[in-house]
Design a protein around this ligand. Structure first.
Ligand code: GDP
Ligand code: MG
Length: 309
């Protein structure tokens, strides 16, 4: 199961409108002055987070997104109208990358970011008139809009996050709860990528459980870790290895300090003792489990479903 949905799209701001070349023509004034107006600005392309949009699939077929061009200037000093901005609706939680770098993260509905500016409008010949230059014939054309290829990346919303020190049994717990089939290994840091599994409740609704291997053994945040995924979780399962001789209180504190800035407000933290077939659960644990014997797994799954439903 993949963590992210991705799409690559091309965005282009509208071209600016032409500047106009024109001279006033009136019945009784044979030599009218210059009156060519300026062109309007091209429209910008904006990305807007919209909670009616739930994934990026539409962008597989809609790749090019171009804003409206600016209107051309006209005679009688009329300026062209500005091009309408183009709003491209994306799901909340979309990351925007350009040349591999994040340029924006649209989290809440209504968040928006310009991704391609419209070109400046052209200049009409009226603007070139001066006391020494009474019949200017120069104009400046509108500028091209900015264009770019950008990558949209939508993170799937994680409902349950599994955290803990390396080797605590996070991946094994994810697999036992969801059947995700992620790699479990007897040494730390085998699985750098967060893994994801589905948990179906009694109503057939799928909740996503993620193993977030973002905390290093010394309690620092691992580079490139997806701990930000925690931000939307409503339940956080904190794995505590029962067989580890180090003081459980110290281990818990180390992990909590590392994830503190990502912990969502109001999320429920559950301390899950793992490997209870090897040693008794520490006193700090809210649940005792073993993937070897199956102890506590069905009970924890049922509790999770109760909290999520
Ligand atoms: N005996 C026993 N070993 C376990 C249990 N859960 C995990 N392990 C072992 O602990 C090691 C680390 O597990 P893993 O899930 O990869 O830890 P992670 O680094 O936190 O993802 C592996 O060798 C697992 O087989 C358990 O309940 N009982
Ligand atoms: Mg793991």
């Amino acid at each position: 199961m993949s963590f992210t949905d991705r799409a690559k799209i091309h965005v282009q701001g509208g071209r600016g409108g032409q500047g106009c070349l024109s001279f006033r023509r009136e019945a009784h004034t044979p030599k009218g002055g210059p009156d060519g107006g300026n062109g309007g600005r091209g429209g910008d392309v904006l990305l807007v987070a919209d909670d009616q949009v739930t994934d990026l699939t539409t962008f597989r077929t809609r790749v090019h997104h171009k804003a409206q061009v600016g209107g051309a200037g006209e005679g009688r000093n009329r300026h062209g109208r500005n091009g309408e901005p183009l709003q491209v609706h994306v799901p909340p939680g979309t990351r925007v990358l350009r040349d591999g770098h994040e340029v924006a993260m649209l989290i809440h509905p209504g968040d928006s970011v310009p991704v391609a500016r419209g070109g400046a409008g052209g200049v009409g010949n009226r603007a070139f008139r001066s006391s020494t230059h009474r019949t200017p014939r120069e104009t400046i054309p509108g500028e091209d809009g900015e264009e770019a290829w950008i990558v949209l990346e939508m993170r799937l919303p994680v409902d349950v996050a599994i955290i803990g020190l390396p080797n605590a049994g996070k991946t094994a717990l994810l697999n036992a709860l969801t059947g995700a089939g992620a790699t479990v290994a007897p040494y730390p840091h085998t699985t750098d990528e967060p893994a994801l599994g589905p948990l179906e409740d009694d109503y057939g609704v799928i909740h996503l459980v993620a193993d977030l291997p973002g905390v290093a053994a010394d309690g620092t945040e691992r580079r490139g870790a997806a701990l930000g995924q925690l931000e939307r979780a409503s339940v956080v399962l904190h794995c505590l290895d029962s067989s580890d001789p180090e003081d459980p209180a110290v281990r818990l504190a180390r992990v909590r300090e590392c994830v503190a800035r990502f912990m969502p407000q109001g999320a429920r933290e559950v301390v899950v003792a793992t490997k209870c077939d090897l040693a008794p659960a520490p006193a700090q644990a809210d649940a005792a489990t073993s993937v070897e014997t199956g102890e506590g797994i069905a009970g924890l799954r049922a509790e999770l479903i109760g909290w999520l439903s």
